[in-house]
Design a protein around this ligand. Sequence first.
Ligand SMILES: CC(C)(COP(=O)(O)OP(=O)(O)OC[C@H]1O[C@@H](n2cnc3c(N)ncnc32)[C@H](O)[C@@H]1OP(=O)(O)O)[C@@H](O)C(=O)NCCC(=O)NCCS
Length: 223
Amino acid sequence: MKSIFYYLRRFNERAKSEYPISLTQAILIFIVNKLERIFYAFTTLYGKIKLILWGASIGRNFKLHGSLVLNNYGRIIIEDNVRINSVHYYVGGGNQGTILRIGAQGTFIMKDGSGMTNTAVHCFNSITICEGAMIGGGCLLMDNDFHQTNTFNRITKSGNISNAPIVIGKNAFIGGMSIIRRGVTIGEGSVIGTGSLVTKSVPPYEIWAGVPAKFIKKIERDS
Ligand SMILES: CC(C)(COP(=O)(O)OP(=O)(O)OC[C@H]1O[C@@H](n2cnc3c(N)ncnc32)[C@H](O)[C@@H]1OP(=O)(O)O)[C@@H](O)C(=O)NCCC(=O)NCCS
């Protein structure tokens, strides 16, 4: 947790900048930030209670900023150090907050150190977010078609609804407002550009973007 000294240092920097702030402003910002932390401690607790009531398992150091919309008829496994943001008016997108809708046959797993912001998760099969992966604001992860796509079957409510697992690889980063379709695996360390529609699996350490998402470039280690 940041101390008063952190904010005084920041104030000192701002005081010398082109747009200085007053000491009163700095103190009020400090107080507001502390109140916000207390508020988020409550939203985390409330979210944990809700998740546990819906049968989820939750690891250590879970953080939830905001309030979840949640229906779990399957399995939710949240490992250690997971963070979920679910806040309105987030600059990155997704004013609906975070929605988890897990069907009876669905398994949703967030592995150690993964996180997501204002993301809608619709899981009838399996969605796994691997270690350290980050999902940007306003994304949709949907491992199924929600309805039969054969019109005759849809009218008679017969036949299967297509579904296939989604895997977001270790340390992958999904840009804000992207849609990940059923059957897609995003490879370890890969990045998806803002506003992409991903219909095919992405190999490790590549950047893909667009509608539908296409290969942009490989991610190399800086020498
Ligand atoms: C995809 C991304 C990682 C590429 O960044 P970069 O490595 O710096 O690459 P550049 O900006 O040079 O773009 C490379 C090419 O990809 C294209 N591109 C970049 N972002 C794109 C996107 N979102 N959709 C489609 N094409 C995109 C560029 O037009 C460029 O095309 P060109 O080579 O034909 O000129 C970046 O644009 C991005 O979308 N980051 C995600 C940001 C985000 O959503 N954050 C989370 C908010 S909650």
